[in-house]
Design a protein. Sequence first.
Length: 242
Amino acid sequence: MGGCSFTFTLDEQIVALEAEYERLLAFPEDEFIEIIRDVGFSCECCGRCCTRDFNGHVFLLEEDTDSVRSFAPDVVIPAPDFDACDQQGHFYVMGYALKTKPDGSCIFLSDGRRCTIYDRRFAICRIYPYMLHREADETGTVDWRQISGLNEHGCYNNPIDDAECLRIARETRAYEAAFLDQAIRFRKALRDLFAREGLRHVQRTYDLGMRDFQKGVEVEVRVFHRGRFEPHRVTRSIYDGL
């Protein structure tokens, strides 16, 4: 479980995310298509991308949360790395994630290789390993990242036809846009809730609450979904596979 830092106000975070959203929409489609064609990724069904060794957790967009709740509601948990904590000790997070098995593999991975819900897998699973967002590299340089886990799994330099490159590019951009939109709406809703109810983020309360949480104490996490905050009482044990 990671930490939280309110170095910037919610309004400042919203402005930064909205600017990031505009940069995403402006990224040249032809450039991304050429990257996809050059990488030429082909899945070998090794299952490694579905494990903790390669990815921390599966974050669910709201549509994916609604989908999995319709057939396996018990596997949906508040996303880790809580975003904020008010002075009453309630945590807040921008969405849900998938529970994992004790060994850190996806709850829907069978025999270490086969996805049992492949025909209705989630948005992040459909586009992986492609991505289109800006993040810091190992030197701290923030730039566009288009591929995750390069040369760590799968097969590369395979021919991909123009139609498939276009589909991957547009579906990846759509996922990243939906993620940013959810992040923006979460912060706006949190800002309005705090103003309406006289709440505020308190870093010391967050730090103390996280310390207790790591020791096994039950905490309340309010998860943003479809414009409202859904309360959950959780303990660290639900994240043991993460």
